[in-house]
Design a protein around this ligand. Structure first.
Ligand code: NAD
Ligand code: DAU
Length: 370
């Protein structure tokens, strides 16, 4: 079958990548979607069960750092567009093991760029290399509005300087954000040096189905279900800006097709929450859905030693994306959290497979040992 486009999505078996792959496979039957993923601890093919038989979907297990193999994939599928999500993504792991983050996030991205450059060979017309990055590269903001600034785009017009903008200077603090910052610079360097048509987006915290339960929201939902402690780092005063993952995937689709080459777009939820307030919302939602009395799980909150170098506040100004491409988040936070909690509670087998290590066996049967 002839496809109109051949798009390589890396990290498609992970949290955000699986939503992007699903959206593209379903929305664009005329495109071939090649999902390249190493299936690290964070990659889970069960995230894509519903589309794995689609005629326009191909899964390739490979390491982005393996340059020869990546070149072979470009060649075999005649790739003309890349959406690069594969990365080590968890800040706590980066504090323990920074080398793995430098390898995958920096060298892996460079390997992807070199393979694209090699395959496209200066014929940039119709090509696109789209790199998915994070707001963490900008560093940390002050806590100027202790209650947080929720769901109102106009606040960004008023308090503009108190947010990360596309022009904000990079100031990464964790090994994770330092590795992502470095990869962003490499992507821009390939545009500036070779003329590669690149785009970079920097997004805030995502939440929703299929997130690995090392991250705050799925971890806490699962712990409440199992009556386990909820480890709040420090005083729980750090602020994050939360975006429903399908809204991020929609933004990626829009920017991949309509974004301007060499531009950067910030993507965010206009939705800041202090960790402790968010945690209370999660507890309340889980208790309500499980039919527990109000306040039943509050005692699970356990304050623990703070994360080293814990950035105080992240908050994205996404008005450029709103103004230029008309994107805005579609889900209100209350609705998104309700949907998310219900998804994890309804998909206990998915969670249990991860926490019991079952899913690793499934891969071993299909693809051999990792
Ligand atoms: P994730 O950890 O859930 O998934 C990462 C995926 O990449 C996994 O499927 C893993 O197997 C794969 N992978 C890792 N190393 C690889 C390698 N060497 N070769 C091939 N595949 C490899 O991550 P996520 O939360 O879905 O994040 C995806 C991307 O979005 C990352 O680049 C991350 O920096 C960025 N991002 C994440 C968030 C967030 O809130 N989760 C926010 C902004 C940006
Ligand atoms: O901002 C975007 C980033 O969001 C992405 O680039 C990262 O890939 C993604 O992991 C996420 O990073 P965070 O460190 O913000 O997410 P995490 O879920 O690990 O933590 C959210 C907040 O909750 C953070 O302030 C740390 C705190 N926390 C986290 C965990 C896991 C706790 O208090 N206790 C916990 O057990």
């Amino acid at each position: 079958m002839e496809f109109k486009r051949n798009i390589l999505i890396t990290g498609g078996a992970g949290f955000i990548g699986s939503h992007v792959v699903r959206l593209f496979v379903n929305k664009y039957p005329e495109y071939r979607i090649v999902n390249l993923d190493k299936l690290t601890y964070a990659g889970n093919l069960a995230n894509l069960k519903d589309i794995e038989q689609a005629p326009n979907y191909v899964f390739v297990r490979a390491d982005i750092c393996d340059f020869e193999t990546v070149c072979g994939i470009f060649e075999k599928y005649d790739i003309d567009g890349v959406i690069h999500l594969a990365a080590e993504s968890h800040v706590d792991r980066s504090i323990k093991d920074p080398f793995t983050f430098a390898r995958t996030n920096v060298l892996g991205t460079l390997s992807m760029l070199q393979a694209a450059k090699h395959h496209w060979d200066g014929k940039w017309e119709g090509k696109r290399f789209y790199h998915i990055s994070t707001d963490e590269v900008y560093g940390a903001l002050e806590l100027t509005h202790p209650e947080g600034i929720h769901s109102d785009i106009s606040a960004h017009e008023v308090y503009g300087d108190e947010f990360f903008r596309e022009t904000t200077r990079y100031s990464p603090h964790s090994p994770y954000s330092a590795s992502k910052a470095s990869s962003d610079h490499f992507v821009r360097a390939f545009h500036d040096t070779y003329g590669m048509p690149t785009i970079v987006t920097n997004c805030s915290n995502n939440y929703g189905p299929y997130q690995f339960p090392e991250k705050l929201i799925p971890l806490f939902i699962n712990n409440i279900r199992h009556r386990k402690p909820l480890p709040v780092y420090g005083k729980g005063e750090n602020v994050r800006d939360w975006l429903y993952v399908e809204d991020h995937a929609r933004a990626i689709d829009l920017i991949f097709h309509e974004g301007k080459v060499a531009e950067t777009y910030n993507i965010g939820g206009f939705n800041e929450w202090k960790n402790i307030d968010l945690i209370k919302v999660i507890i309340k939602t889980v208790d309500r859905i499980l039919g527990n009395p109000e306040g039943y799980s509050d005692s699970l909150i356990t304050y623990v030693t703070d994360r080293a170098g814990h950035d105080l506040r992240y908050a994205i100004d996404a008005t450029k994306l709103h103004r230029e491409l008309g994107w805005s988040p579609s889900l209100q936070f209350e609705e998104g959290i309700d949907k998310t909690v219900r998804w994890y509670l309804d998909n206990q087998a998915w969670m249990d497979n991860i926490t019991s290590g079952e899913y690793e066996k499934y891969y071993e049967d299909m693809y051999g040992n990792r």
